[in-house]
Design a protein around this ligand. Structure first.
Ligand code: 3PG
Length: 211
């Protein structure tokens, strides 16, 4: 696995965030860091994403910042320019894999079918986002679709319905590198400035990931 992905997954849990404005970036980064969680995936689901990434990268060097929902060339460039160390997407686009490879940027495509896995393997991808993890069938489904590729050393980041109730089970799966999810710092919590709640969720998630 590429270094930036190894660092990002080392925490076992990656908060997936939607941030509406750069004004929320500092308090968000500080809340996560205070809880000991030095990684965040800022999704391109708001217009502020690139600015938020740049702000956290600039002000909080201890935070490993990734970009989420990077599904086109423009956002890939914006994520890289803002200083993101890696990017993820909900699905797999061969074109995006090629663009990321050309740019030398760590890119984690989403996979939900054996065809997605084959398309990624063909292009040298070994780490996939498994999305949407719970609605798709959870751990039994991940085991079933990854079994034929046992010789390829695939690693997964399940997201979608992952929470404190199932995080431990996911992390006990040998192929799971880390889990991700919005529950740690939901859009509503960020909007309302519930930094204490975010700190609490991040601390709890981290404790469970370390068990
Ligand atoms: C993602 O992009 O990873 C998902 O939106 C996370 O899903 P969740 O909201 O169920 O955590």
């Amino acid at each position: 696995m590429e270094n930036s992905l190894l660092e990002a997954t080392a925490f076992g849990v990656i908060p997936v965030v939607e941030v509406d404005g750069v004004a929320e970036a500092d308090a968000l980064a500080e809340s996560l860091l205070e809880a000991g969680l030095g990684v965040v995936e800022v999704t391109f689901r708001t217009h502020a994403a690139a600015e938020v990434i740049a702000r956290i990268v600039e002000r909080y060097p201890d935070m490993i910042v990734g970009a989420g929902t990077v599904i086109d060339q423009r956002d890939l460039h914006r994520a890289a320019e803002a200083g993101a160390r890696f990017a993820l997407a909900p699905g797999l686009s061969p074109r995006m894999l090629d663009l990321a490879a050309e740019a030398g940027f760590a890119y984690v495509p989403g996979a939900m079918t054996p065809s997605d896995l084959q398309a990624g393997i063909e292009r040298g991808i070994r780490t996939f986002k498994f999305f949407p993890a719970m609605p798709a069938g959870g751990i039994p489904f991940l085991r079933a679709i990854s079994a034929p590729f046992a010789l390829h050393g695939l690693r997964f980041i399940p997201t979608g319905g992952v929470s404190v109730t199932n995080l431990g089970e996911w992390l006990r799966e040998p192929a799971v590198a880390a889990v991700g999810g919005t529950w740690i710092a939901s859009r509503a919590m960020i909007r309302s400035g519930d930094w204490a709640g975010i700190r609490r969720n991040a601390g709890e998630a981290l404790r469970m990931a370390r068990e």
